[in-house]
Design a protein around this ligand. Structure first.
Ligand SMILES: Cc1cc2nc3c(=O)[nH]c(=O)nc-3n(C[C@H](O)[C@H](O)[C@H](O)COP(=O)(O)OP(=O)(O)OC[C@H]3O[C@@H](n4cnc5c(N)ncnc54)[C@H](O)[C@@H]3O)c2cc1C
Length: 456
């Protein structure tokens, strides 16, 4: 029997034949994502249902030294769940149980395949006074995939990155041990990861290169009764850091984001600043809106005319994505999310727009204040038409140029594709880089976990 058949048969024994494939038409789907990274080879796709199955798959991969790439919904658009060196894609979607909502202690324990949409609608139905921080990503994106890449949602501006909202996790290590992280390693409550050594850091931001998370506890927050937004037009990006500072100093915002794009025509040349504010009563909400309207000097004007559909959308989720990809023509998009210190925002904004215009690519340019204004997520979203190789090439060039700009300005690339990871590693303190290598060698002695990521 060939090695390929042997591995296939072993996988079938673990999860059943309906949940393994090495058929070209299935592998095709897993060999690419929405973004501009070129497609890559995949050998098997497996969909486990239980942690024991994950464990057996990992032990098989470890014994036979087969690369294994965990995948939630594969929506990073930077190819992070597309294997670089072939092997198994471990699609977690069947692990979709919401195990517990602990109302009094405000957390939910979910399996790794639970999606944003599933948790949101479950909470709306059963716990309408609670919410989790929801990204703008499609509702099929997983909670685990999002928090593990330091994702951001509608509560990130006021509470910090979604990864901070992890209370604990269950992990299958690359050598097959099942391990608990946070208070759940000691207690029945998955309520905090504080007070113990913070081992969660061994798995967050590593892009599946250190283990497979099978369960996660995520913090829930009170849902305010009333929410609304005030939209401003800012002519000059120099005002943005002051605006962010003022709004969070006065505790007036749940969310703060900025958006500029050349299309549709009515948005051309304008920078929209959207501030979402909340209240426990209508009066509180109205008083906060009034304060916001009076807060800024003449460089910022209140935009009274916002189409109701846009208003509804802005209130639903923070907008950070391209709306310009022409999917009917096989379109796609990729974005350079990056974290920047607040004081570099005006320069990043100006030069980022220049790069988009220079490469003549359709773009939207966004910013979201993070963690009460301690930093900002900022970046251009470039759209392309996949059928037109020239447009993909232009987007890759624009991404490369804006990645370099971010690092020049002292920022960090977020959920960076391989070229961006390498740019950061080249700048990294050599001892930090060596520490990362050592951690991986210890956890994953056979180098099977999503190899090619965080490697030079
Ligand atoms: C239109 C659009 C809008 C978006 N807007 C936002 C936004 O507002 N905020 C935001 O944060 N993101 C956004 N994104 C980016 C991305 O889609 C989300 O962050 C999404 O939540 C990632 O989840 P996923 O399930 O797709 O993760 P995946 O892409 O499947 O995985 C992400 C990484 O984590 C690893 N991984 C996944 N599951 C596991 C696991 N169980 N164990 C170990 N490693 C694992 C993967 O190997 C990969 O490296 C957007 C994307 C799109 C397409």
């Amino acid at each position: 029997m060939s090695e390929r058949d042997l591995v296939y048969d072993s996988l079938v024994k673990i999860v059943g034949k309906d949940f393994v494939s090495n058929e070209p038409e299935d592998l095709y789907l897993y060999s690419r994502d929405l973004g501009a990274q070129p497609p890559r080879k995949v050998d098997y796709v497996v969909m486990p249902k239980t942690v024991e199955q994950v464990q057996k798959i990992v032990m098989l991969a470890n014994k036979r030294k087969i690369p294994i790439t965990p995948m939630g919904s594969g929506l990073t658009v930077s190819g992070l769940a597309v294997p670089v060196k072939g092997g198994i894609v471990l699609d977690m979607k069947r692990m979709d149980r919401i195990i517990e909502v602990n109302e009094k202690n405000k957390y939910a324990i979910v399996e790794a395949g639970v999606t944003q949409g599933a948790l949101k609608s479950y909470l709306e139905k059963h716990y309408p006074h609670l919410q989790h921080s929801t990204p703008e990503a499609p509702p099929t994106a997983t909670i685990a995939g999002n928090v593990l890449i330091h994702g951001h949602g509608h509560l990130t501006p006021s509470h910090g990155a979604n990864s901070r909202m992890i209370n604990g996790m269950e992990v299958v290590l690359p050598t097959g041990e099942i391990c608990k992280i946070g208070s759940c390693s000691v207690s029945a409550y998955w309520f905090t990861r504080e007070s113990l050594p913070d081992l969660a850091g061994l798995f967050i931001g590593w892009y599946g290169t250190t283990g497979i998370i099978t369960k996660i506890s995520i913090q829930l927050f009170p849902k305010p009764m009333f929410r609304d937004l005030v939209v401003f037009l800012a002519e000059d990006p120099d005002v943005l850091p002051e605006m962010v500072f003022g709004v969070f100093q006065a505790e007036l915002a749940e969310n703060f984001f900025v958006i500029a794009q050349d299309k549709p025509d009515w948005m051309f040349g304008r920078t929209y600043v959207v501030i979402i504010t909340t209240g426990h009563s209508k009066d509180e909400l109205e008083s906060k809106k009034a304060k916001l309207r009076d807060m800024f000097d003449t460089r910022v004007k209140v935009a009274e005319q916002i189409p109701p559909s846009l208003k509804e959308r802005y209130l639903e989720v923070p907008p950070f994505a391209a709306t310009q990809a022409d999917f009917a023509k096989g379109g796609g998009f990729e974005y350079n999310g990056c974290l920047l210190p607040m004081d570099r925002i005006p320069e990043a904004w100006r030069r980022g727009l220049e790069i988009a215009r220079k490469h003549n690519v359709a773009f939207s340019f966004g910013l979201q204040a993070l963690d009460c204004g301690h930093s900002a997520m900022c970046g251009p979203v470039y759209s392309f038409n996949r059928a037109d190789e020239e447009s993909v090439k232009k987007v890759r060039e624009a991404l490369d140029e804006s990645s370099k700009l971010v690092l020049e300005l002292g920022g960090l690339l977020w959920k960076a594709a391989i070229p961006g990871q390498r740019l950061m590693m080249h700048r990294m303190d050599p001892n930090t880089l060596e520490l990362m290598r050592r951690i991986r060698r210890v956890l994953d002695p056979n180098g099977i976990m999503n190899p090619g990521n965080w490697e030079e």
